[in-house]
Design a binder for this molecule. Structure first.
Ligand code: KIV
Length: 270
């Protein structure tokens, strides 16, 4: 009798939503099939973040990231993974104008990449759009606090909630995206007491990036935690030093090519 290969199923949106207040949710960004395959073994969900514009393509901000680029990287990450829920960021200019526009572009992302959910930035102002998408079958992860796509309005990448008077606005954002049907919300660049208050107040998981251990889960940009970013933000813990490792490997390769030590006996077809 032949044995059936065990079917590996991806984490689903309801499974992630149910993790509220439970074991912390593990997530990382990934933009590329081979790294995604490694991350997939440990992450509950993987975000194909629009940070790829800066990390992979050297852009100054995420504002210039086109939809087609998100779709291309989204496809690569879905192909490279089996287990994690894949969430793809909707880039600036593809969802803010109207719920209809957001639906058209979100549906394209889901159909063409095979991902399980999209992420959009904005709280109260995006609540109507989040409701429109979720009622039509598109799971939405919200993103509030420091929202990089609005960095021009915010005057840069600024930690949110330093002034206690602003807390009610952030709390209202969190409540409204929850009521609109988001299944989780990223809290980015936010002081710890505000992140803790929001996490206590809403029924969906909060995923922190620079928002303290008070959140229901954490996300980091993979290249930041691997030491590939020449500048390390305060909230990043560096778990590997891939930058120096790559440089050392490239330097030794260059030396070998120049001294004709590469290709050697093992690399030659006889
Ligand atoms: O684009 C991104 O990588 C993100 C994370 C920082 C949450 O939105």
């Amino acid at each position: 009798m032949s044995s059936q290969p065990q079917q590996i199923r991806r984490n689903t949106v309801p499974q992630i939503a149910k993790r509220k207040g439970g074991e912390p949710i593990v997530s990382l960004t990934s933009y590329h099939a081979h790294t995604a395959a490694i991350v997939d073994r440990y992450a509950d969900f993987i975000l194909v973040g629009d940070s790829l514009g800066m990390v992979m393509h050297g852009m100054e901000s995420t504002v210039g990231v086109p939809l087609d680029l998100m779709i291309m990287h989204g496809k690569a990450v879905v192909r490279g993974t089996k287990k994690a829920l894949i969430v793809v960021d909707m880039p600036f200019g593809t969802y803010e104008e109207s719920p209809n526009m957001a639906f058209r572009n979100a549906a394209r992302i889901m159909k063409e990449t095979g991902c399980g959910a999209v992420k959009i930035e904005g709280g109260k102002r995006m609540a109507e759009t989040i409701r429109f998408l979720t009622e039509r079958g598109i799971p939405v992860m919200a993103h509030i606090g420091l929202t990089p796509q609005s960095s021009h309005v915010m005057g840069g990448f600024k930690t949110q909630g330093r002034d206690e008077d602003t807390w009610p606005l952030h709390e209202e954002d969190a409540r409204m995206v929850t009521e609109a049907g988001a299944f989780a919300v990223v809290l980015e660049g936010m002081v710890e007491p505000l992140a803790a208050r929001i996490t206590r107040q809403i029924a969906i998981p909060t995923i922190g990036i620079g928002a303290s251990v008070e959140c229901d889960g954490q996300i980091l940009v993979l290249e930041d935690m691997l030491g590939l970013n020449p500048w390390t933000p305060k909230f990043v813990k560096v778990y590997g030093q891939l930058g120096p490792m790559i440089e050392d490997s490239v330097r030794r390769y260059a030396e070998d090519v120049k001294s004709r030590a590469f290709p050697g006996e093992d690399q030659v077809y006889r």
